[in-house]
Design a protein around this ligand. Sequence first.
Ligand code: SF4
Length: 256
Amino acid sequence: MDRQISLIPRQPESVTWNPWHGCTKVSPGCLHCYMYRRDESTGRDPSVVERTKSFDLPMRTEKSGDTYVIPPGSQVFTCFSSDFFHPAADVWRDEAWEMMRARIDCSFFMITKRPERIKDHLPSGWGDGWEHVEIAVTCENQDMADRRLPVYLALPLKRRSVMIEPMLSPVDLGRYIGRGSCTIDSVSVGGESGPDARACDFSWVLGIRDQCVENGVSFSYHQTGAKLIKDGRLYSIPREKQHDQARRAGLDFEGK
Ligand code: SF4
């Protein structure tokens, strides 16, 4: 019997690629890190940074050898169980960059709390950024925004995305938003999840949104977190409703 060959090209996917795993805490936003919670629940030490078995995932091919495991056009969430710029990963990062360079047919998205390490750890030929690689920064409160954003906004990046998650205080982006070509392109806000979550006040979320709308910057309310204060009342939001409740608030805004 003839071998059946599928002529249907594989569709792009959303894929998580964790080339290394483990991290060390750097700021208040790390207090209830989900990776720590998950590892500690299984007896694994989350502070040990290790190269993973899926390190070379972007370059892996199907058995036939002529198609990548990650289909062209896929969005690759990169290093979501560590920090791509963690010092312990300096020995592996160049190889990870080379895989991203080779997979220009995909888009890579990563988030860091270590923007001060980005400049010295970009790949050769980075120039003013690679279109298919987005590096976002997180700033959970005003102190972290004031430390990280001046560094982050001075970097050569095609797109500048700020995540305020878990949002732990009101954050004024006035000094950083709407200023010339090195401004913020998008802001995403969210509360904290987990049993010990710290509360996020809805008025803080609205405050950031107003700043974004005024300056034509894209805004997304990603999720409410487990504890939400609204009009002075504290609400507990079950995990499965946190994204949906945020979406229902109807705050997302498409910038210029
Ligand atoms: S930087 Fe991110 S991954 Fe690392 S400890 Fe903090 S929250 Fe966890």
